[in-house]
Design a protein around this ligand. Structure first.
Ligand SMILES: [Fe+2]
Length: 287
């Protein structure tokens, strides 16, 4: 895939193949998993081929006594082993995405009941910590809301380029998007991250996207082309193309993906039974 961004023939071949092989029906992406600790070849192959073609798969597992253990075991069978050790990761790479009563943690939107806009995970990470895949698993849904929406970033690139090649070109500019350094009490917690929105990830040779729709603490290159391209991108995301997917996960359902662009709606909790999702972020890709 290395030259799809620059070589026109390679792009056209890749585009035709992707459009011919990408389903727009949510049910085509659902895989029933009988035993997450020991995947059948058919289950494993289906998840892998869905992720190769459309970059995500939905799965459903039968009730488990320990969901976290089941997810960690299952993810490892897909090669998802090198997990991101960020601040609120709990056991063996999984973060518990739920409303937090901890003051520091609740400053981060994922640990509140608020909506989150379109983004890829780890868009602020250094190359060594690039998030190539994540899993999201629903232990308990909210009593109302908390719907996920997502779209394959490679399809986003394709749709943008089909619509206007200049827009796609502006977003591969090496300095298109900058996330300034993050300081806490004068100490640098995270250094400045500058890079393109779309690029080829060298480790996998795959087209990759880093993006967030939040405009606070994000700087785009001061050029007309890049700023117009971001407007086009946000406009595309706000539409409902055939490649936009929306689903409210119920208990036992989850998603495995190659870091698709995603968002969630706000939600209301039953305080005795709060929404709980388990999320793993990995430097590996599902392939
Ligand atoms: Fe996310």
């Amino acid at each position: 895939m290395a030259n799809v961004l620059t070589k026109s023939d390679n792009y056209q071949h890749w585009r035709d193949d992707k459009l011919a092989n990408t389903s727009t029906k949510l049910e085509d992406y659902l895989v029933e998993i009988e035993n997450p600790f020991e995947l059948r070849d058919s289950e494993k192959n289906k998840v892998v081929s869905l992720c190769q073609q459309g970059n995500f798969a939905l799965f459903h597992v039968l009730e488990q006594t320990d969901y976290a253990d089941a997810i960690i075991n299952m993810n490892a069978q897909f090669g998802l082993k090198d997990f991101d050790r960020h601040l609120y990761v709990q056991d063996r790479g999984l973060a518990h995405i739920t409303q937090s009563t901890n003051k520091n943690q609740s400053e981060f939107i994922p640990y509140t009941n608020k909506a989150i806009g379109w983004h890829t995970d780890g868009y602020y990470n250094a190359i060594e910590q690039r998030i190539r895949a994540f899993s999201l698993f629903c232990v308990r849904p909210a009593s109302e809301g908390g719907t996920n929406e997502w779209i394959d970033p490679q399809m986003v690139y394709l749709l943008l380029r089909e619509d206007n090649p200049d827009v796609a070109k502006a977003l591969i500019h090496p300095n298109a998007m900058t996330i300034p350094e993050h300081k806490v009490n004068g100490k640098v917690r995270r250094t400045t991250s500058t890079g393109p929105v779309f690029f080829i990830d060298e480790a996998s040779g795959e087209l990759y996207m880093r993006y967030t729709q939040r405009k606070k603490n994000i700087e785009f290159l001061d050029s007309i082309e890049v700023n117009q391209a971001i407007e086009h991108l946000d406009e595309l995301l706000s539409k409902h193309t055939d490649y936009h997917f929306k689903h409210l996960m119920h208990s036992g359902q989850g998603m495995l993906c190659n870091n698709v662009l995603h968002k969630r709606s706000d939600f209301n909790d039953d305080p005795n039974n709060p929404r709980l999702l388990l999320r793993g972020r990995y430097f590996n890709r599902i392939d």
